[in-house]
Design a protein around this ligand. Structure first.
Ligand SMILES: *Cc1c(COP(=O)(O)O)cnc(C)c1O
Length: 404
C-alpha cells in the first residue's frame, strides 16, 4: 500500500481537518494551564446521547454513506478510532505538540520512531537507559542495519564527539533508568539540529507535568503511557508526540497505522480517565519521593541515593533548570552488594516487590536481576517507584527493611 492510500484511511486524524490540527489554537498556543488541559483536552460531549464522559467505541468499522463518504471521518479502527483520537488530542495538548500517535505499548512507540530510519542511518543513545530500548537497538534494529552509539549524555562534549555525518536521531532519556542521570535536553537538541538530526526524548519518568521537552528544543517526545499517564498499573500503552505535524511525524503515523501496533479503544479510554488527575498525582509522587530521598540520603546502610532533587546529585543544577518537578523515581545503592540489596527488598511490607513504575502503589525492584546479562545496572542497586501512600509510612517501611 502506498503512502497516499494509507493517509486516505486516516479520514479523521490525517485528513483535511487533521492536517490543520497543528495550526488550531485549541492544541498549540493554548494558554490554558496544564491542570485545565488535563481535565478538558480531548473531552467532547457525545452528540448522540449528551454523555459528558466519552462512550467506548469498540466497533472496528464505521458506516459509509450511500454516496461513499464517511460522515464521521472514521473508517476502520486500526487507522483511527474515536477513543484513540481523543487520547491523542489530549496527549498533544499536554506536551504542547502539534500531533500525537498512540501505540499499544511504550516499546511499540519506540520501535515506531526508530522504524522511520533506514539501514545505514546512525542513532546516538545514552549509555544509561531503559533496557528495552537498548535491546531493540542491539538485537533487532542493529542487525537490520541501523548504526548506533551509546554515549554518556551527561557530557555534551561526548555527544558532540560521537555525532557522525549519518546521525539522523539523538535519543534522550532524562532522568535515565535506573541511575537517574540527567541530560541537558537543550544542549543535545542544539547538537542534533546543527547536524540536521532529530532530538527525541523519552519523557516517561517525569511525565508532561514534570518536564516539557518541547520547551527545551526537542522535536519528538515519547511516553510509555503504561507508567505515570496510566498511573494505576492496569493499562499498557505508548505514545509519540511531535512538535510539528511534518513529514517525519507523518511517517510515524504511517508506521502506527500500517504496522498496526495500536492501543485498544478501552485502553485509550482508561488512559484518558487517568490523565484527568495526572497533575495532582505527579505533584504528590514528586513530593513523597523528595521526602523518601532525603531520609535515605541520611541512612548509614545506604551508600548512594540517585535522585535529581537532592542538591548533591551531579545533575541537580540541570534538572532544577529543565524540570518542573523532580519526579517520583529514585534508586539507591546499599552497602554490602547484591545480597544486601535483595535482603532489603525481602523485608518491605508497604512497598511491593515488582517491576514497572508510575502507579499509585510504591514498588521496589532489584534491577540487575531482572535485566539479566543484557543490563549494566550495579548489583547493589534498588529502584523505587514512590507511590501515593503517606510518605511517613513509606519511610517507616524502608527504615525497618534497612535495619541490620
Ligand atoms: C516502561 C518504559 C518503557 C517501555 O514501555 P512499555 O509500555 O513497557 O513497552 C520505555 N521507556 C521507559 C523510560 C520506561 O520506563
Amino acid at each position: 500500500m502506498s503512502a497516499p492510500d494509507a493517509t486516505g484511511l486516516l479520514a479523521h486524524a490525517g485528513g483535511s481537518d487533521g492536517a490543520s490540527v497543528s495550526e488550531q489554537s485549541h492544541v498549540r498556543g493554548d494558554d490554558r494551564r496544564i491542570e485545565t488541559l488535563a481535565v478538558h483536552a480531548g473531552r467532547h460531549t457525545d452528540r448522540a446521547t449528551g454523555a459528558v464522559m466519552p462512550p467506548i467505541h469498540l466497533s472496528t468499522t464505521f458506516e459509509r454513506d450511500a454516496d461513499g463518504a464517511y460522515p464521521s471521518g472514521f473508517v476502520y479502527t486500526r487507522a483511527e478510532n474515536p477513543n484513540r483520537a481523543a487520547l491523542e488530542e489530549c496527549l498533544a495538548a499536554l506536551e504542547g505538540g502539534a500531533a500525537a500517535a498512540a501505540f499499544g505499548s511504550g516499546m511499540a512507540a519506540i520501535t515506531g520512531i526508530l522504524q522511520t530510519l533506514a539501514p545505514g542511518d546512525h542513532v546516538l543513545l545514552p549509555d544509561d537507559l531503559y533496557h528495552g530500548t537498548r535491546r531493540i537497538v542491539r538485537e533487532v534494529l542493529g542487525p537490520w542495519g541501523l548504526a548506533y552509539t551509546f554515549v554518556d549524555m551527561t557530557d555534551l562534549a561526548q555527544v558532540e564527539a560521537a555525532r557522525q555525518g549519518s546521525t539522523r536521531l539523538i535519543w534522550v532519556e532524562t532522568p535515565s533508568n535506573p541511575l537517574l542521570k540527567i541530560t541537558d535536553i537543550a544542549g543535545v537538541a542544539a547538537i542534533a539540529h546543527a547536524a540536521g538530526a532529530i532530538c527525541a526524548v523519552d519523557n516517561t519518568w517525569p511525565s508532561p507535568i514534570g518536564q516539557r521537552p518541547f520547551e527545551q528544543g526537542a522535536d519528538l517526545v515519547m511516553h510509555a503511557t503504561t507508567k505515570y499517564l496510566g498511573g494505576h498499573s492496569d493499562v499498557l500503552g505508548g505514545a509519540v508526540i511531535a512538535l510539528k505535524d511534518d513529514d517525519f511525524f507523518k511517517r510515524i503515523r504511517l508506521i502506527q497505522v500500517l504496522g498496526g501496533g495500536v492501543p485498544a479503544p478501552f485502553d485509550c479510554w482508561l488512559l484518558l480517565r487517568s490523565i484527568r488527575t495526572l497533575p495532582y498525582r505527579m505533584r504528590a509522587h514528586s513530593e513523597n519521593a523528595g521526602k523518601v530521598a532525603r531520609f535515605l540520603a541520611g541512612h548509614p546502610a545506604v551508600a548512594t541515593v540517585h535522585y535529581p532533587g537532592l542538591p548533591d546529585h551531579p545533575g541537580h543544577a540541570v534538572a532544577a533548570r529543565q524540570m518542573h518537578l523532580f519526579g517520583g523515581m529514585l534508586s539507591i545503592q546499599v552497602h554490602g552488594g547484591a545480597a544486601a540489596a535483595m535482603a532489603v527488598a525481602a523485608k518491605v511490607t508497604v512497598f511491593t516487590r515488582a517491576t514497572s513504575l508510575g502507579g499509585i502503589e510504591s514498588l521496589i525492584e532489584h534491577r540487575a536481576s531482572i535485566e539479566g546479562p543484557h543490563g549494566n545496572t550495579p548489583p547493589n542497586l534498588l529502584r523505587l517507584s514512590i507511590g501515593l501512600e503517606h510518605p511517613d509510612d513509606l519511610i517507616a517501611d524502608l527504615a525497618q527493611a534497612l535495619e541490620a
